[in-house]
Design a protein around this ligand. Structure first.
Ligand SMILES: [Zn+2]
Length: 501
């Protein structure tokens, strides 16, 4: 069996002033893709290992992975999409596997991944099975479920199980190619935005996932149930929570599963209340030794992992004002600071205000900086989240003012991983605290280094009802008062195939 594989990974943020261009994507193709995937904990990695085990020939297309951010440039998306579609056209595979985030947006498309799946369907023909695995923060659309045979998401947040989702999707894909299953999907959408408490092992989602597992165990005909909590920060029509269930042949068990879970989620809708720690308390705890060092702080408002620009300065300003004795490392997206550091070179000194150049309402932080290092920003993910996936921060500079070390990056980057810092020459063990622009995934990747605390900082990634200008994603709770939904699933039937196995 010949299976074409590709990945396209980007989570959109409609409120970012930045556009995501080619520089933000780590792109691999062909043999390099296969080599990367062999050791990767991405969904693509899990899928490739499953396909190898199942004796499939893997036809590698394109893998393009970017941190979350503003809309992807139209021309870039068209180019990536065309390359993947051309690969399917050229190889005429028996099946297609796609590792997609599921919440990409472009300058002009709200559902580029639905468009990509439709374009692949067009060239692959109606009978070639297409399987897609998603990040559970996907914006799942009817276009995706119409175009693909199998769409399923990872189950854990923080995401420890991308590879398991990829493996599951690829395994079901092969069974669909062999005509051993006829996947039918039931889906239900709920108009809800959640700004906090979105982990799956604690809080409101824990009970929902416990019930999901019970239902799956009780119904062997169910192939998957996925609960997608659409990312908070995309403003797209019906950007909703989506629960899907895939059954083999008969939709009834899938329908009743999603309708029950949707009722349950709706009942929980007021439980997603912020529980972030106050910054001043956390810094006082570190200074007093009540938190082991280095403590790792998730900068909730400025999470690049939710598409913010990563140019926030609130934490470094608070440290400078009240705790100048703390040795801290803070990443800041600031291409001008990187260029200034490159001009004076390592050991050189320059005065500049860093941060605040990309987001509204951020006060730049001025200091006299000594350049401790310059780098190209390239690294390979080391922690469990996206392990073995290459990434880039753009050119970087490590600059110091007193006990404060700033990792200035040219691009918003994946700083939820210790490798982002170590690769640029920063010794994390020598610090009292490290800041990651992440609210969930830094907990799994930094867990072995120190206690991980999400701090309540301002910015577009710290959702509070009424503060962001949602226009397309309306009406939606809690931005709007809305009546109880009908809890009626939509059914996406198995594709008609001309031949049986
Ligand atoms: Zn996610």
């Amino acid at each position: 069996m010949r299976i074409f594989v590709s990945s396209l990974f980007h989570e959109g943020n409609s409120f970012s002033r930045l556009r995501t261009g080619a520089g933000s994507f780590a792109i691999t193709r062909g043999e390099d893709l296969l080599e990367k995937a062999a050791g990767s904990r991405s969904s693509l990695g899990g899928a490739c290992r499953a396909l190898t085990r199942l004796d499939c020939q893997i036809l590698p297309g394109l893998s393009a992975v970017s941190p979350p951010g503003g809309p992807v440039e139209n021309g870039l998306f068209a180019q990536l999409c065309d390359e993947i579609v051309a690969g399917v056209r050229a190889t005429r595979p028996d099946g297609v596997y796609l590792d997609l985030h599921g919440a990409m947006i472009t300058e002009s498309l709200d559902d580029p991944e639905g468009a990509l799946i439709a374009a692949i369907r067009e060239v692959a023909g109606p009978e070639t099975p297409i399987a897609v695995s998603l990040d559970l923060h996907a914006y799942v659309t009817p276009a995706m479920l119409d175009g693909a045979d199998l769409v399923l998401a990872c189950k854990d947040n923080p995401h420890t199980d991308y590879d398991i989702a990829g493996e599951r999707a690829a395994t079901l894909l092969v069974e669909a190619c062999q005509r051993r299953i006829a996947p039918v999907t039931a889906a239900i959408w709920l108009p809800l935005i959640f700004g906090a408490q979105m982990e799956t092992a604690r809080g409101p989602l824990a009970s929902l996932h416990a019930r999901r597992r019970e239902i799956l165990a009780a119904h062997p005909s169910l192939l998957d149930i996925s609960i997608c909590n659409c990312t908070t920060l995309v403003d797209v029509p019906a950007g909703d929570q989506c629960i899907t269930a895939i059954a083999d042949g008969d939709a009834s068990s899938a329908r009743s599963a999603v309708e029950e879970l949707a009722r349950m989620l709706w009942q929980l809708r007021d439980d997603f209340v912020p529980d972030f720690a106050p910054l001043d308390t956390v810094l006082a705890d570190i200074a007093a030794g009540r938190l082991p060092r280095p403590a790792v702080l998730g900068d909730q408002g400025d999470r690049v992992l939710a598409g913010a620009a990563g140019d926030g300065t609130v934490i470094m300003a608070e440290i400078a004002r009240h705790w100048p004795g703390l040795k801290a490392v803070v990443p800041v997206t600031d291409p001008a600071a990187v260029r200034a550091a490159q001009r004076v070179g390592i050991g050189g000194v320059f005065e500049a205000a860093v941060g605040g150049g990309l987001s509204k309402g951020v006060t730049p932080f001025r200091a006299e900086w000594t350049v401790a290092g310059l780098g190209d920003g390239r690294f390979i993910h080391d922690g469990p989240y996206l392990q073995n996936e290459p990434a880039t921060l753009g050119d970087t500079a490590v600059i110091r003012a007193g006990n404060l070390t700033v990792l200035a990056t040219s691009l918003p980057g994946f700083t939820q991983d210790p490798a982002a810092f170590r690769s640029q020459g920063i010794d994390l063990g020598a610090q009292d605290l490290v800041v990651a622009k992440s609210g969930y995934h830094f907990k799994i990747s930094f867990g072995p280094i120190g206690p991980c605390v999400v701090v309540d900082t301002p910015g577009i990634a710290n959702y509070r009802p009424g503060l962001l200008p949602f226009t397309k994603r309306r009406p939606v709770y809690p931005e709007d008062r809305i009546p109880d939904p009908r809890f009626a699933a939509e059914i996406f039937p198995p594709r008609r195939r001309s031949t049986a196995a």
